[in-house]
Each structure stands twice: as structure tokens, then as C-alpha cells.
Unconditional design. Sequence first.
Length: 135
Amino acid sequence: MKWRKSPQDLIDLFESVMPGPPATQRKMFGYPAGFVNGNLFMGLFQDDLILRLPDSRRQELLAANKVKLFEPMPGRSMREYVAVANALTCNKKELVAWVAKSFEYGASLKQKVKAKKTNKPRAKTIPRKSRAKRT
């Protein structure tokens, strides 16, 4: 599967609907992404704008054919995420409302805490070739 960069018009759309603080924008896998409390709630992936929604909201959009399940690799869908269809990206007012619902859901999730870095040295590992000779 060949990776494609998000088109500039989709990046511009993302930036125009991205909520302000406490939401933060950073890149994830080279694509713009929106986070709240450390949780991803929206982002871009190739030609898709993705939203994280609770089950009831996902089902509502799926029934209206305005989204599809988000699959970064064919057959490997990500739970809670949908890829927004053109019908929704063309209607900015409706898209902003769905982004707000995605933000609200992301904010309701438990805050992610960054793991503390320790100065403890890692255990030394024995290279695989050496392991086989040890017997």
C-alpha cells in the first residue's frame, strides 16, 4: 500500500474546524491531529479526516452514509474512529458540529498521563545469535 500525503485543501479544512484550547494540535504519523487531555479526537490520515465518536454517534453517521469505519490498513479498522465522507466535509457547518461532538467525547475520556522517564539503565540483552550458542 502506497502512502499518500493529505492534500492541502484537507489540511486547510482540518485547521479551520480544529477547536481552540484546551484542544491541542500536533502531528501523528506525519499528519495533523487534534488532542484533548492527551486523547486523540480527530485527525487526518492520507485522504481521510477521522473523528473519534462514541458508539451511538458512530452508528448515527454510519446509517446516514456520511462516514465509513476508519481502516488505516484494509481489514484493520480502529475501534471508535470513523473516516468522514465528502458529503460531510462539503457541509462545514455540519462538520463543525460533528467535530464538537468528537471533542466532547475525547474530553470525557480518562486523561492520558505521559510515562515518566527513568534514569535507570536498561538490562543488557544477549544478541539472538549468541543465545543459540549458549546451550
